[in-house]
Ligand binder design. Structure first.
Ligand SMILES: *Cc1c(COP(=O)(O)O)cnc(C)c1O
Length: 396
């Protein structure tokens, strides 16, 4: 069966009433017939039928053995790190999501968990970094914001040989385009806030495990720590995931078309999009993903913060905001927004130039999106010219 059909029919019809949409069990506790005798639910932190339905849908979608739904993507990441103990080491992708970097460096480092950052787009770098202390490899593919691709299958082989867990943050690709467990990963995390829920209306996270044993450990950690997804947001995430394949298909078409248009624009220096044959990891992306996703980054010929600010402030359809994966197109500037906490030199060394702009390409008509970016790039040029005249006028 096609995966879109499978997904839609993995959403159950309520056996009690025939309700075609999943009921929201807005409850804290469940009445027991006798102590310890219940209908599979006792307290809503431990389990809730609406959340359990979402977890089952995601388990099937990622090809895992079990899943847990969390209050945010970061709560999901946090649960995975709690599998480790003091003295353990993580090897992580060097352009990791900023929130994960903050969690690792500001919280877990003081508990004695250290992280080595390497360029995981070359699997050899991962193999070389492994030590007897290494317990976890952390990938994001595609990564943020330069859309680097890591070869998940090759790194999974290295991880298995060394008896190290491999976790992939699959937020950017979504399970509609990439299923890391099928490529050998042990764990998958999502910020379901992004493509999975897909409508920019909630914060949610997911962990999917390859084995029952790992799934049970994550459930234990979730129940012990308590960062569960509530029933209302579980319902909305299910509602979002129903159209995941349809949305992603259009995100990919729009992004590919826009990336090609940007590639030919004279104001632009580099375009980062795995669907372009010029992308250094294009072949691996084509091998492990069934599409190239909806995120594009680009840099300007005039590589300054000011030039980039002019562009992001002059789009009409692309709204200036962090986050991604929703219906409406978003634009953001790395140096002053998503990556502002990283020191300039460190940011530049990671390939994030002063003018780097990230687009989350939405579901509008792509002709309108191309026009919007093109006019913003022109208004940038006009403004610079105006500034130049002003300077000449003022100095003379
Ligand atoms: C947004 C994001 C997260 C964090 O998710 P929240 O739902 O905001 O907590 C983690 N990883 C990636 C790649 C993200 O884009």
């Amino acid at each position: 069966m096609n995966s879109a059909t499978q997904l839609i029919h993995s959403i159950p019809i309520d056996p009690l009433t025939g309700s075609i949409s999943v009921p929201i069990y807005q409850t804290s506790t469940f009445v027991q017939e006798a102590p310890g005798i219940n209908k599979g639910y006792d307290y809503a932190r431990s389990n809730n039928p609406t959340r359990a339905t979402l977890e089952n849908i995601i388990t099937k979608l990622e090809g895992g053995a079990g899943a847990s739904a969390f209050a945010s993507g970061l709560a999901a990441i946090d649960a995975v790190i709690k599998l480790l103990a003091s003295g353990d080491e993580i090897i992580a992708v060097d352009d990791i999501y900023g929130g994960a970097f903050r969690l690792f460096s500001k919280i877990y480092q003081k508990f004695g968990i250290n992280v080595k950052y390497v360029d995981t787009s070359n699997p050899q770098n991962v193999a070389d970094a492994i030590s007897p202390k290494t317990k976890l490899i952390w990938l994001e593919s595609p990564s943020n914001p330069t859309l680097k691709i890591s070869d998940i299958q090759s790194i999974a082989t290295i991880a298995q040989e060394q008896n190290v867990l491999l976790c992939v943050d699959n937020t950017f690709a979504s399970p509609a385009l990439q299923q890391p467990i099928r490529l050998g990963a042990d764990l998958v995390v999502h910020s379901a806030t992004k493509y999975i829920a897909g409508h920019s209306d909630l914060i949610a996270g997911l962990v999917v495990s390859k084995t029952k044993a790992l799934a049970e450990q994550i459930q234990f950690i979730q129940n012990a720590s308590g960062a569960i997804l509530g029933p209302q947001d579980s319902f909305l995430t299910i509602r979002g995931v129903e159209t995941l394949h349809l949305r992603i298909k259009q995100h990919c078409i729009n992004a590919q078309t826009l990336a090609e248009a940007l590639y030919n624009n004279p104001a632009i220096d580099k375009v980062f999009y795995p669907g372009l044959v010029t992308h250094p990891n294009h072949k691996i992306a084509a091998k492990q993903q069934s599409g190239f996703g909806g995120i594009i980054s680009f840099t300007l010929k005039e590589d300054t913060v000011e030039a980039a600010k002019n562009v992001v402030c002059n789009t009409q359809l692309f709204k200036l905001a962090e986050s991604l994966g929703g219906v409406k197109s978003l634009i953001s500037h790395a140096a002053t927004m998503t990556h502002k906490t990283i020191p300039d030199n460190q940011r530049r060394a990671a390939g994030v130039a002063d003018s780097l702009i990230r687009l989350s390409v939405g579901l509008e008509d792509v002709k309108d999106l191309i026009e919007d970016i093109e006019q913003a790039l022109k208004s940038n040029q006009t403004k610079n010219l105006a500034q130049l005249y002003e300077e000449i006028f003022v100095t003379n």
